[in-house]
Design a protein around this ligand. Structure first.
Ligand code: FES
Ligand code: FES
Length: 164
């Protein structure tokens, strides 16, 4: 077995695993980051979603060696302001039912907001189309994303046009 080095939640770590080991198991079993869930194991449900360099990926089908040298973010490592806005919005809209899919939904949302700070309904539907909620909370998720996006936008410093 060879060591694979990656950066998880801002910390550089080397794990002694088979390079093909799915990232999900490195996060959960080797690093103790259990927020990320196992659902299907075949990239169909999104429960295992994490960010790689700010973009959502399915960690259940991502060989650990493929993220060597990349920055991985899990729910545990989300920036505090973003995490608070997302969690508060999820609570305010009473999103979760069983809750199992929700970490993946939140991480997919974090990836979406990195590129589209104020997403449209279509942006949301497109980004989350590979995340499945068996409890059918999609409409509440959509409302929560809009709410979190508004909160985050309001907290950003406004840039004024330069006076002549
Ligand atoms: S567990 Fe990875 S997509 Fe379902
Ligand atoms: S809240 Fe139950 S699967 Fe989404």
């Amino acid at each position: 077995m060879a060591g694979v080095t990656l950066t998880v939640n801002g910390k550089k770590v080397t794990v002694d695993v088979d390079p093909d080991t799915p990232l999900l198991w490195v996060l959960r079993d080797h690093l103790g980051l259990t927020a990320t869930k196992y659902g299907c194991g075949i990239a169909q449900c999104g429960a295992c979603t994490v960010l790689q360099d700010g973009v959502a990926i399915k960690s259940c089908v991502t060989p650990t060696v493929a993220v060597s040298g990349k920055k991985i973010l899990t729910l545990e490592g989300l920036p505090a302001a973003q995490k608070k806005a997302l969690q508060s919005a999820w609570v305010a809209e009473e999103v979760p039912q069983c809750g199992y899919c929700q970490i993946g939904m939140i991480m997919a949302t974090a990836g979406l907001l990195n590129t589209k700070p104020l997403p449209t309904d279509a942006d949301i539907d497109n980004e989350l189309s590979h995340n499945i909620c068996r409890c059918g909370t999609y409409l509440r998720i959509r409302r929560a994303i809009h709410r979190a996006a508004r909160t985050l936008a309001a907290s950003r410093p406004q840039t004024r046009p330069k006076s002549e």
